[in-house]
Design a protein around this ligand. Structure first.
Ligand code: PMV
Length: 345
């Protein structure tokens, strides 16, 4: 009853920010992402009666819900809940499989977690695929995507490789809210996302608490929902036609709209750091000078540059010359979550 999965992170080109059902994690809008080769989580799960309690070790740290020292309200309660949800997710998988054994989970990511790099996406996708297999459930990719979604929304997209859309769905029970592949990694081999790490500090407001607060208090949320379908259409079409300008420019616009929501939430959620804005201004300048690249930013300070393979050497050179850039990771379209034979314990 042991299995190991490897899941890549995904970075959204059309963002998900807000749930219409918090328990089932049903989003207000569909979203589109690229699964990224090179930023991944490997997770081994074992259900066994040799364990007398659940043991969860994430990046060498054992998860202890009670000891969480979260920041001030209103985010504190939700942050504790974020961590309990990993346990809740394992319980859900146990119930689906009809088993009772305690579980040991060891999970390792090759990038800083909780710094706005979609760690929950790869983490929850890897746990879902490894745990479902270890529990003896035989689920197809759609079922795995539905299950992963209930652990962390964006995780449902990491089940698939390449370019992926998470369909919002209409049903109350969430059975039509899952990810589908728009195009496999081979479809657009020249497409790149350059992840620049500016700060490895753990963010103070998790996405779950932040988006709930936005839905509740942001005066522009309705407008976001009114415009997002057009973004989806343009980016979906752009991916299929390999139209870089239209994908890049619309993704950047969609990201800025999401950050406008965050900034106008009460209390304000500002994930950007001064370094973030400096890089944004650099990118705008480079583009004006003829180097076509765009940016996207998630729930953290890191910048992800959208570009084509041919411009990677020049962009790397320019980024490396900036003192705020601590690390650069170049991602090509990657594969979906896979079971692997090498266990972590
Ligand atoms: O699934 P979560 O709770 O990690 O939320 C993801 C939120 C964003 O990364 C900001 C947007 C997205 O669609 O990935």
């Amino acid at each position: 009853m042991k299995a190991t999965a490897r899941a890549n992170v995904n970075i959204a080109l059309v963002k998900y920010w807000g749930k219409r059902n918090k328990k089932l994690i049903l989003p207000y809008n569909s979203s589109i992402s690229m699964t990224c080769d090179g930023l991944f989580t490997i997770t081994t799960v074992e259900f066994s009666d040799k364990y007398n309690r659940d043991i969860i070790v994430i990046n060498d740290e054992e998860l202890k819900v009670e000891e969480d020292k979260s920041p001030s309200p209103p985010f504190a309660a939700a942050r504790v809940k974020d961590e309990k949800d990993v346990l809740g997710h394992l319980e859900r998988i146990r119930q689906t499989a009809g088993i009772k054994e305690k579980v040991k989970v060891v999970s390792q990511s090759n990038f800083p977690v909780a710094a706005g790099l979609a760690s929950s996406a790869s983490g929850l996708a890897a746990i879902t695929v490894a745990a479902a297999k270890a529990a003896g459930s035989n689920l197809d990719q759609k079922e795995l995507s539905i299950l992963a979604r209930q652990g962390s929304g964006s995780a449902c997209r990491s089940i698939f490789g390449g370019f992926v859309e998470w369909l919002r769905g209409e049903k109350e029970d969430g059975s039509d809210s899952y990810a589908v592949q728009i195009a496999p990694p081979e479809h657009w081999l020249e497409f790149r996302l350059i992840v620049t790490i500016l700060s490895e500090e753990k963010k103070k407001v998790g996405s779950r608490a932040g988006m709930a607060q936005t839905v509740e208090t942001c005066p522009y949320y309705e407008n976001w929902l009114k415009t997002v379908n057009q973004d989806l259409e343009i980016i979906r079409k752009g991916i299929l036609n390999k139209d870089f300008t239209s994908v890049g420019s619309r993704a950047e616009h969609n990201c800025l709209k999401m950050h406008a929501l965050m900034i106008t939430t009460s209390p304000a959620i500002i994930y950007w750091r001064p370094e973030t804005l400096k890089i944004v201004q650099n990118i705008l300048g480079w583009r004006e000078g003829g180097l076509e690249c765009y940016f996207t930013i998630d729930a953290g300070p890191q910048i992800k540059i959208i570009c084509l393979e041919k411009d990677v050497p020049e962009l790397k050179k320019r980024l490396q010359a900036l003192k705020d850039v601590k690390k650069i990771i170049v991602c090509r379209p990657g594969e979906g979550t896979k079971l692997i034979d090498e266990h972590l314990f």
